[in-house]
Design a protein around this ligand. Sequence first.
Ligand code: G3P
Length: 242
Amino acid sequence: MSTIIYAHRGASKHAPENTMPAFELGYKQGADGIETDVQLTKDGIPVLIHDETVNRTTNGTGSVKDFTYEELLTLDAGSWKSSSYKGTKIPTLDDLLAWNKEKNLKLNVELKNNIISYPDIEKIVIEKLKSYNMVENTVISSFNHKSIALLDSLNVKIDYALLTSKRTSGIISFSKEIHAKGIHIRYRLLSNRLVTNAKQNGLYVAVYTVNNPLSISKVLRLECHAMFTDVPELAAEIKQRK
Ligand code: G3P
């Protein structure tokens, strides 16, 4: 089996996370897929940014949900990382999907709706994926398990997975109940036992965020379905050596 390497927020060690340059770098570094985070602007546009506020990764301040898309476009999402990325904008989900038309990379869209609720974000994202014909190569994930459960009721043939950073008890049975494809777990939860248990229950295991040779090697050794890494080049090199 071949473990999928997702560039976590793009190749986010060397480029500003969740921006087009980070996605492009992930592609160049040999990632099989891109992981990104989606939230909605005040006017309902799906945009790619991890934190609920723009404070850490732009030159602005405030909550993503309180900006219109036009307002978000005035922010610089690159300079905080390096002056060479000055002027980089927060991308929309459309930007990523349009860019991916030729690349055809796998996508993991994480709904960032565990702290702030974004009504209908599930449907909005699915409609976008449909319009770019990218339902099949995408998996949707979230720490908000109710939101992922909602996907089951939408009756759309799309893969989805529960994200967890701590609890694993009950997550396998709940995943099965809602017809999720897998579980996305924090690296420190990774064990042979968990992977075996998940597999026996027909679920895959994907692991975040693995950035050093030891953790990358462990994910590969346990034959996990996927890993999320800020350094796809390193992961691809280790994977090739195995
Ligand atoms: O989706 C995997 C990983 O990105 C989850 O954690 O905090 O980076 O959204 P976080």
